[in-house]
Design a protein around this ligand. Structure first.
Ligand SMILES: [Zn+2]
Length: 162
């Protein structure tokens, strides 16, 4: 194959698809004898890598985004701009809470399901299950307390407690 054919093939696959083995062999064979193409392809690979890394990384983490929203809402609340939950029905605050709750229950459920209770009980005795129960109780209690605490206004309005 000629140089431009080699480069066409490499650019055509773009590094995304796997190049067929026989074609790879022919390209490698060519590059072995052709430093110009080897350098060209090396540059192409470098450019592709840096495109990947510099333009799409670091992606904004969901945690940072959520924390930024919570911080912004807390600041708005402190600045006396009212209750973000009431002013922004169905806003991020309620969503974040439901999401956190679902995550907690999923992780608890999956850790529960992954435990072989008979085995755990046989190995550690029934007392081993006690700390697990306490942990789950504490997590659920904390979540519930935090949720109610942060939605106190909403609750009291909804149930006419004020
Ligand atoms: Zn060449």
């Amino acid at each position: 194959m000629r140089c431009d054919e080699i480069l066409d093939k490499v650019y055509g696959y773009g590094g995304e698809e796997e190049i067929p083995f026989m074609l790879q062999l022919r390209i490698r064979f060519h590059l072995f004898f052709c430093p110009r193409c080897a350098q060209e392809i090396e540059r192409f690979e470098l450019a592709r890598e840096s495109l990947k890394n510099d333009f799409f990384y670091p992606s904004p983490g969901i945690k940072e985004a959520v924390m930024a929203r919570i911080t912004a809402e807390l600041e708005a609340e402190e600045a006396g701009e009212g209750d973000p939950v009431r002013d922004n029905p169905g806003g991020i605050s309620t969503k974040v809470w439901s999401f956190t709750g679902i995550l907690i229950f999923i992780s608890l459920a999956s850790s529960f399901l992954s435990l072989d209770f008979a085995e755990v009980a046989a190995a550690g005795g029934i007392s081993f299950l006690l700390p697990i129960g306490i942990t789950i109780g504490v997590v659920i209690t904390c979540y519930g307390a935090l949720f109610i605490g942060s939605h106190l206004k909403e609750f009291s309005e909804r149930f006419g407690l004020h």
